[in-house]
Design a protein around this ligand. Structure first.
Ligand code: ADP
Ligand code: MG
Length: 682
């Protein structure tokens, strides 16, 4: 008897080769197979007689191939197979491009079902490249057909056939991770029904019943996992911190704080003195000055005799924070250390000793801050910058190093509030909706590649006036398809230096550089020693060189809008008028629409919204962005109301059974879900 763990080769039609290909899709067992849900469905239920076909509709037609199909080679790389099919009402001309095998596999005198888009011109009815199957099969036509993401060696038909067998064999064996009372209370169908209908729904309604259940299940498991990961923060208490006087800090700054900064700092101070661990998200557009909020929090920690960690997603950013913050803190009597993968062994030892002995109060770094070798002496505050790049578990690991440390999370990525709640739990949000004064709008242009010489002349003038420029260039695809940013940036920089700007200094930074080297190049650019910095996207997050006024982005259409906005945010940081030039030769409507958003608004929140609309949430909330487990069916931006229901149900279950002792299947599935996300994050 087959079981859920039976190898997929159990299925007829799946041999060694296909099993190998299926493995690429993550399918090894029957359970994996039936858990491989379709990306979408195609409604192929409408069946018609040829006479009744109308122009532009998609329909199935059962018809007999009237004569042997003909194959003609129009030119190299273009082969046509043509045939005429007939039913009792008329004739249909069918054409296939580059499917020469059709000539032999469609037999004259046999009946087939064709599904495709109909074209009618005069009395002639035709279809181009329809789906075909033998009449009576009913697998790819005549019903709502699942459409699966494929891989080489696996066709839709293969998967449809395998799925039918897999479901037949073990749909009834699936254990249900949803407790029965939850399932009933929320009117959710049985798991077996859901699995069958998510693949092969008989109607839209069946599909939505199945989908609703599976989405709920997924969100429910996610909510349980997050709740457990987070612990019951509500019950947590900590000794309230003393409120500290920050006048020396604010007065030592070269600028007055903005209203938004003062508000956010005030909220942070209120949290720290409340007697409960802080869990606050500071959301503010690029350049809104979030770093100063972090600095104030770090200072509060030090003045309460606690250590604090500031964690950044890249070495460059960590180093920049260190360069900016350590003198500022030092003046106020606070010692900070830098810990990244790039720090030399000797310095690292000294930094570690400083933290362990408590002579250093602030640690600034990358995820090197959470490796086991870092020992703190009273870690009371953890600040993460651009945290959306850290996983939930990474944050938890860092938090575990302190006794209930306060958490401050800074993000320039606007997230819908419900989603933020899901990811961060009961977090509080400070919105920084104000830029420091005197910022000028960044003029943004989108131009084709043929404008390059004019752009270069423009850059030349800016640099002659004392400014600096960034150039973001494309990745080069290597033979093995792995983009090589080193080559792209280095070659671009070389040709700029030699052919265009021999009188200037062009530097280059890329992802595969040694960290020390990278730091040196960045520092030289920050110091104004180089005029043009060519890079791939390493400058994306948070780099701060106020004298740079030109951001030139090659092949801008490769980037997401939010990413473009982040890149653009590298300029316009000082008092000089700044420019962002997007180079794109992509004339597609979608690309033009996206570039237009960039040229028309500088509002990061608006851009994120547009990004969401244009790209869809799957991309926008790429898992690397939020660090959540991958979701198969649920869509965190569309299934909001179900999300709330699932969260309530999860909270209820954990209240009744905090350790899930009576719900082993639920516990196992939660663990599975988070284990997968862990391995994907590393
Ligand atoms: P974010 O991290 O929010 O993108 P930063 O903290 O890097 O922004 O600040 C961007 C720039 O603005 C930095 O050069 C910083 O020194 C400057 N800045 C921060 N606060 C102010 C302020 N209140 N007035 C003027 N400039 C400021
Ligand atoms: Mg920042």
């Amino acid at each position: 008897m087959p079981e859920l763990t039976t190898d997929v080769r159990y299925v007829r039609g799946i041999g060694e080769q296909r099993a190998k290909a299926l493995e690429k899709l993550g399918i090894r067992t029957l359970r994996d197979l039936i858990s491989y849900f379709p990306r979408t469905h195609d409604d192929r239920r409408t069946c018609k007689k040829i006479r009744d076909l109308t122009d532009g509709e998609s329909a199935c037609v059962e018809a007999m191939v009237a004569s042997t199909p003909t194959l003609s080679r129009i030119r190299k790389g273009l082969e046509l197979v043509k045939l005429r099919a007939v039913d009792e009402t008329g004739a249909l001309d069918v054409t296939f491009f580059n499917q020469a095998y059709r000539k032999d596999n469609l037999l004259a005198g046999e009946n087939y079902v064709f599904f495709g888009r109909v074209e009618v011109s005069g009395r002639r009815r035709s279809m181009t490249g329809p789906i075909v199957e033998q009449a009576g099969t009913g697998q790819l036509t005549g019903r709502i057909v699942p459409i699966y993401p494929l891989t080489a060696g696996i066709s839709q038909l293969t998967l449809v056939r395998a799925m039918e067998q897999g479901l037949e064999a073990c749909r009834k064996l699936l254990p249900d991770p949803l407790p029965d009372e939850v399932r009933r209370e929320h009117q959710l169908c049985h798991i077996g029904y859901a699995y069958e209908k998510i693949h092969f729904p008989g109607s839209e309604e069946e599909l939505s019943i199945a989908r609703r259940r599976l989405v709920f299940e997924e969100l429910f498991l996610l909510a349980i996992g997050l709740k457990r990961l987070r612990g019951r923060r509500d019950e947590l208490q900590c000794a309230p911190w003393r409120d500290t006087d920050l006048t020396d800090f604010t007065e030592g700054l070269p600028f007055p704080l903005t209203g938004a900064q003062r508000r956010a700092i005030g909220e942070v101070r209120a949290d720290l003195t409340s007697g409960r661990p802080m869990n606050r998200l500071v959301q503010g557009d690029v350049g809104s000055g979030k770093t100063m909020v972090a600095a104030a929090a770090l200072l509060c920690a030090a003045r309460n005799g606690k250590q604090a960690a500031l964690m950044a997603p890249t070495e460059i950013l960590a180093e920049q924070h260190y360069r900016g913050l350590s003198p500022l803190l030092e003046r106020l009597g606070v010692t900070s250390v830098l810990l990244t993968g790039a720090v030399k062994a000797g310095e690292r030892r000294a930094a570690l000793a400083g933290l362990a002995e408590g002579t250093a109060q602030v640690a600034i770094g990358t995820h090197a801050l959470i490796t086991a070798s870092v020992v703190y002496r009273g870690l009371g505050l953890v600040v993460t910058d651009e945290q959306h790049r850290f996983g939930v578990a990474q944050r938890a690991a860092l938090a575990a190093k302190g006794e209930r440390p306060h958490l401050l999370v800074m993000s320039a990525t606007p997230i819908p509030r419900t989603l933020a709640l899901m990811i961060y739990g009961d977090l509080d949000v400070s919105v920084m909706d104000e830029l420091p004064p005197g910022r000028q709008e960044i003029d943004t242009f989108c131009v084709p590649g043929s404008y390059r010489q004019r752009i270069y002349r423009f850059m030349d003038r800016e640099i002659a006036a004392g400014r600096q420029a960034y150039v973001i260039c494309s990745m080069v695809e290597e033979n093995d398809q792995i983009p090589d940013d080193r080559k792209a940036a280095a070659e671009y920089a070389k040709s700029l230096q030699e052919k265009v700007f021999p009188h200037l200094r062009v530097a280059c930074v890329h992802g595969r550089m040694k960290p020390k080297e990278k730091e040196r190049v960045m520092a030289a650019f920050a110091a104004g020693e180089t005029h043009i910095l060519v890079s791939t996207t390493v400058v994306e997050v948070g780099v701060d060189v106020p004298n740079a006024t030109v951001m030139l982005i090659e092949d801008a259409d490769r980037f997401g809008l939010s990413q473009l906005h982040q890149l653009r945010g590298r300029v316009g940081r000082g008092k000089h008028k700044s420019y962002c030039i997007l180079v794109s030769d992509n004339r597609s409507g979608e690309s033009r629409a996206r570039m237009k958003v960039m040229t028309q608004t500088g509002d990061g929140f608006k851009i994120a919204e547009e990004d969401l609309l244009l790209r869809g949430p799957g991309d926008f909330f790429g898992r690397r962005q939020h660090g959540l487990p991958a979701l198969k069916v649920a869509d965190l931006t569309c299934d909001m109301s179900l999300l709330k229901e699932a969260q309530t149900a999860a909270a209820g279950l954990l209240e009744r059974d905090p350790e899930l002792a009576g719900h082993p299947e639920t516990a196992a599935r939660v663990e599975e879900m988070f284990a997968e996300s862990e391995s994907a994050m590393n």
